[in-house]
Every structure is written in C-alpha cells, then in structure tokens.
Design a protein around this ligand. Structure first.
Ligand code: GLN
Length: 456
C-alpha cells in the first residue's frame, strides 16, 4: 500500500487532536535558514514530530483525550518536549489516545476513535493509537508515545510501526500526565529501528525534575542499531523465546510470522533458545490491580477546582463535594470511572493486603523471572500482541477481552525493563501487520536497537 493511499488526504484517521501547522512550518523554515547560513545543527533538526496528547506542551492544548482537560493549556513544557524543541524538531501537533492513556484501541478517547490506516474499520491499537496511525500513514515520520502496559508497542505492532518502551527512569516523566506512575515511560514511535534509536538519544537522559530519573546519559543507540543492521550483526547474541508468551491464544498468522522472524534472527547470527518465565501468567492480573490503584490516586486531582472542567450541580446546594461529584461525573468517560472505582476498592482498608499487597508480590516474582531469564540469554523475544488489529467496536463491551490484548507487553512495565516492537510482516489470513517484541535487562536499551535493526 503506498504512502498516498494510506494518508487518506489527512482525513479519515483522526490521528491528531490538534494540528500545529503554522508554527511547525515556521520552525522548519527557521531550520532551513540556519542551515543555509552554515550554522551547526543537531542531527534531527527539521524532522517533524507528533506528540501524544498526554504530554504537556506550551502553545498547544493538552487534553489527555478527556473532557476533563478540554481547552486546558499547560503553562510549561514537559522535559521531553523541551528536548525535542532544543533538537529543533518542529512539532506537528498532538495525537489522539484513550482517555488518560487507558485502553488498547483508542476507542476510549472523548474526541472520537482513531482508525487504522491499514483498514479503516479496525483499531490502531491503544492507548497511543494516534501516534502510531500518524506514523504508519506517513503523516509524521516520528512520534512520541507513552507506555504504561503496552501503549507504545501494541499500537506500533498493529500499524506496522516501530515502538520502544525505554528502561523505567531513563526518559523523564516530568510533564507527562500521570496514569500509573510506577509503570509510565515515554518513548519513540517511528517507521524504522534506526529512527527510534536516533529519537531515543534526543529524549533520554537524566532530569532532576523527575525523582525516578536515572542519573546516566542516554545512548549511544544509533551506533548499536547500525551494528545490528550489518551482515551477521547478531553474531554472539543469545535470544530467549518466552515459552509463556507463545503458542495457545496467539492468532495463527501472528505465530507464523513470529517463527519466521526467529529464522531471520538465526540467519543474522543469533542463537535461539527457549526460556520459561512461570509468573508471567499472573502479570496481567497484578497489572490491572497496581495500575488501577495508581490511576485512582493520580486522577484524584481532577476535582473541579484545580484543573480544567468545573461543573456545578444541576440543582440543590453548591458544596465542594457536590461540585467535585458533578465535575467527575461529567468529565470522566466510562473506562476512567471503571478503573477509578476498581483502584479505590483495591486500596481501601481491609482489602489492601488481599489485592494491592498480593499484586505487589506478583510484581516481585515477575521481576525475578526476568532476572533469571537474563542470566541465560541477552534478550527475550515474543510476539508483541496476540492478535492483529481487531475491528472497531469488537471489544468495547467486554473490558476483560480488551485487557487480554496486553498479555505480552505488561510484564516489562511491571519489571521496569526496556522493550521494542518491530514489524514482522503481514498475517497471511488478513494481510494486517504483525509485531515482534524484544525485551532487554534494565539499562540495556542499546541491545534492543541492535537486535531490532538485525531483524528489520
Ligand atoms: N492497554 C493498557 C491499559 O489499558 C496499557 C495502557 C498504557 O500503556 N498506557 O492499561
């Protein structure tokens, strides 16, 4: 499918919630002028980028795809935005997402769903469906996403793009509207592994304004990707196939492309073995308790007083509680409400140990599974998502089946380890993109670029 067809004349996809055309053009012209004047420019200067609308920007609205923040303008830039501005990347606009990044299909946006450029009746993944659709449709060469349980990688997978969730703490979360703070990470969505590596070098590194930031410089990643892309570039690399994330429950075309990818990796010099991570089977359950608990706490600040929407009760006295209640009833969509209720319940006195406490124990076991696995292999591999893009509306009435789409991406967020999704061809049964996911130990993001470029 050529670029022209997939971009659909910029309409039809609803990838962007806000387009920053004039400013982006001005910024690009300024880069041109500086280049013509012989000024030294950063490597990606002039390459336009789209930004997920969960990341705050001055000069453009930030909504988190929620009525709660409709029309809200941030008084400051997120650190990653500041970095892309310093690197002279013109910002094309803000991309659509599931409300507050909660979902796997972008259908939970308050401003309409985004469509998959490969098939307009299908979802572009979520929560970062806007960023992935924009990149896949050639509306933007680069985009930023956020990944709490797969929101960069699963959209990348179902749109034939590359998506990276960096090591937790390696990219600043300052100015990224919090979903679940112990899991959230910002990362690149791009068309090639090398583009992702170059963008990761721009956005990564220490930030004193994020208390979980790792005090180390970012990269080099691009050089590693170049290494991986050369003939026999994966020689000496040991790759572990995650037994628990293959086989039953994965669509046949996904499994087929996955097996072919293993062959390509072997051909590039890698050794492939099977590895078991027994606690991954419980990761999804633990995630949906920990994530919802953190969501209920992070979303408490939308009280009708401090940010965005304020709604007065339709009748009766105007008290703080009643304003808060009217605001939250009108401002949050059904999925946000579902998770706030679940999280509040899991954290409530008497249930805390049974739910949140148990989930934290499972989290530790998942982390140990990774530690044990990385004693045997350099990187782990699995399909990114059990299925290709599903139909719009197919899972909206069944939250649990929607949650199951994250089965392969969630363990890495629980452990803080980095992961990349790389296109692995099209599923023969429906001609839709399949993604393969690599996972590496904490702070070994460079390995992902080497192995990813080796498969590309
Ligand atoms: N789809 C997952 C969820 O609904 C992941 C979301 C994310 O990574 N932001 O929680």
């Amino acid at each position: 499918v050529d670029a022209e067809d997939r971009s659909l004349g910029k309409t039809g996809l609803n990838a962007f919630l806000h387009v920053n055309a004039e400013q982006a053009l001005d910024d690009a012209r300024q880069v041109d002028a500086d280049r013509a004047a012989g000024k030294q420019l950063p490597p990606l200067a002039g390459v336009p980028i789209a930004v997920k609308d969960l990341i705050v920007t001055t000069g453009q609205p930030t909504t988190a795809a929620s009525r709660m923040l409709e029309g809200w303008m941030s008084p400051y830039d997120a650190t990653v935005v500041q970095k892309i501005r310093e690197a002279r990347l013109p910002i094309l606009g803000k991309t659509n997402l599931d409300e507050f990044a909660m979902g796997s299909s972008t259908e939970h946006s308050a401003f309409g769903c985004t469509r998959n450029p490969w098939d307009l009746d299908r979802i572009p993944g979520g929560s970062g469906g806007g960023s992935a659709a924009a990149v896949s449709a050639f509306q933007a060469p680069l985009a930023l996403g956020t990944d709490t349980g797969g929101s960069i990688r699963q959209p990348a997978s179902v749109t034939g793009s590359v998506g990276v969730k960096p090591t937790y703490g390696s990219v600043s979360r300052y100015g990224v509207i919090a979903m679940a703070s112990s899991l959230d990470q910002v990362g690149p969505v791009t068309r090639t592994v090398r583009d992702a590596a170059a963008l990761h070098e721009v956005i990564g590194g220490y930030d004193a304004r994020d208390s979980t930031s790792i005090n180390e410089p970012a990269g080099p990643y691009l050089a590693e990707a170049e290494k991986g892309a050369t003939e026999g570039g994966l020689k000496g690399l040991k790759i572990g196939v995650v037994k628990e994330l293959t086989g039953d429950g994965f669509q046949s075309g996904v499994s087929q492309r996955f097996q072919e990818s293993l062959e390509l990796l072997r051909a590039a010099g890698a050794e492939i073995v099977e590895v078991s991570t027994p606690h991954f089977d419980h990761a999804l359950g633990a995630y949906y308790l920990i994530m919802a608990s953190e969501v209920s706490s992070n979303l408490a600040k939308y009280d009708g007083v401090r940010f965005g929407l304020r709604k007065l009760p339709e009748e009766g006295p105007v008290t703080i509680e009643r304003v808060m209640s009217a605001t939250r009833a009108a401002g949050f969509g059904p999925e946000a409400k579902r998770r706030i209720i679940l999280g509040t319940y899991a954290l409530s006195a008497g249930y805390y140990d049974a739910y949140y406490g148990s989930a934290q124990k499972v989290r530790t076991l998942v982390q140990r599974d990774f530690t044990n696995a990385f004693e045997q292999v350099d990187v782990l591999v699995s399909p990114t998502s059990p299925t290709t893009a599903f139909k719009l509306g197919e899972k909206t009435d069944d939250p649990v089946s929607m949650y199951l789409n994250d089965i392969a991406t969630i363990p890495t967020n629980l452990a803080g380890v980095p992961a990349i999704s790389v296109p692995a061809g099209l599923a023969p049964e429906n001609g839709l993109p399949v993604g393969v996911q690599f996972m590496a130990p904490v702070k070994e993001d460079a390995r992902l670029y080497r192995v990813g470029a080796g498969l590309e």
